[in-house]
Design a protein around this ligand. Structure first.
Ligand code: AMP
Length: 298
């Protein structure tokens, strides 16, 4: 694996690959890598000649300075993990390299529309502008053929799709399924901040999502959201930002189950002071689904 810290150096090398007709897959990350990230690397390796990963903890997407300070950093382990999993190129820029003019607010915000202020946007103001800022910069640097994102960050994937349209970036987007722990907890770099006990309790998010999935169509959506929230509090979550059932294409809240519309259930909640998010697509047919409950991919 080749490691680059400078934009000019990585651009020169990637241009050479492109001249050789190599297809490039790109996985942007904030490091503290886990099997969820590696599943994106594996997908890219199957579908491209060159797999580029970036590690950059983007300051402009953190609305909470403490969250930024506490974000886990384990760069040596990340490099080893990328090496052993066959990534070809790692881009590891400094904050100055990405934001040479400083990290003050984006002077020309992206016109993302309502998606920017709902759910995650409501609880993390400015977050998606920061995400767009960094992803746009990275895409201009890497110019990949395919961009790999995780369904784990459902709303973020939708926002990045919108960014691609707005900025007319010629890239294909692939959204990979959420990779989970044995107990159903979605893998996340933030899980590193959880005690073993809290990790066990945190699987309640997945259980609550499954509960919504299995009962959609047989119970009222409002009742399901209330019950799912109660389950989380009973399991030991101290605060819930939202439990929402929304239309999968627009994220507008769904009032009632309708078998002609794809719906998604989304949760954001705190355990042990750590904010976790997860989501699950809901079936178009009502009633219990026959799928495996734990470790189920959604
Ligand atoms: P992050 O490092 O958290 O910014 O994530 C980098 C990319 O990995 C994003 O596209 C995430 O959606 C994706 N990702 C994070 N966790 C998972 C997971 N458990 N399964 C699949 N993809 C994930």
């Amino acid at each position: 694996m080749i490691l680059f810290k400078k934009i000019t150096a990585i651009k020169t090398r990637l241009e050479l690959f492109k001249k050789q007709g190599k297809k490039i897959g790109f996985i942007p990350t904030m490091g503290a890598l886990h099997q969820g990230h590696i599943s994106l690397i594996n997908l890219s390796r199957q579908q491209n000649d060159i797999t580029v990963c970036s590690i950059f903890i983007n300051p402009t997407q953190f609305n909470d300075a403490k969250d930024f300070e506490k974000y886990p950093v384990i760069i040596d382990r990340d490099i080893l993990l990328l090496e052993t999993n066959g990534a070809n190129v790692l881009f590891l820029p400094s904050v100055h390299e990405i934001y040479p003019g400083g990290v003050s607010a984006n002077p020309s915000p992206y016109p993302l529309g309502v998606i920017e202020t709902m759910l995650e946007g409501q609880y993390r103001p400015g977050h998606f502008q920061g995400v767009c800022q960094v992803v746009h910069r990275l895409l201009k640097i890497i110019e990949p053929d395919v961009l790999y994102l995780g369904q784990k960050d459902y709303q973020q994937s939708m926002v990045i799709k919108k960014l691609i349209q707005i900025a007319k970036v010629p890239v294909k987007i692939i959204i990979a399924p959420t990779f989970r722990e044995q107990n159903g907890l979605a893998m996340s770099s933030r899980n590193l901040r959880l005690s073993e006990q809290a990790k066990n309790k945190a699987s309640a998010i997945h259980d609550a999502l499954l509960y919504v999935k299995h009962n959609i169509g047989s119970k009222k959506i409002d009742e399901l959201k209330k019950q799912a929230a109660e389950q989380l509090l009973q399991a030991g979550f101290e605060k819930i930002d939202y439990v929402q059932v929304a239309e999968a294409q627009t994220l507008q809240p769904a009032e009632a189950w309708d078998k002609s519309k794809n719906l998604v259930a989304l949760v954001a909640a705190f355990i042990d002071g750590v904010r976790l998010i997860d989501n699950m697509l809901l079936p178009l047919t009502s009633g219990p689904s026959p799928q495996v409950e734990k470790g189920e991919v959604s």
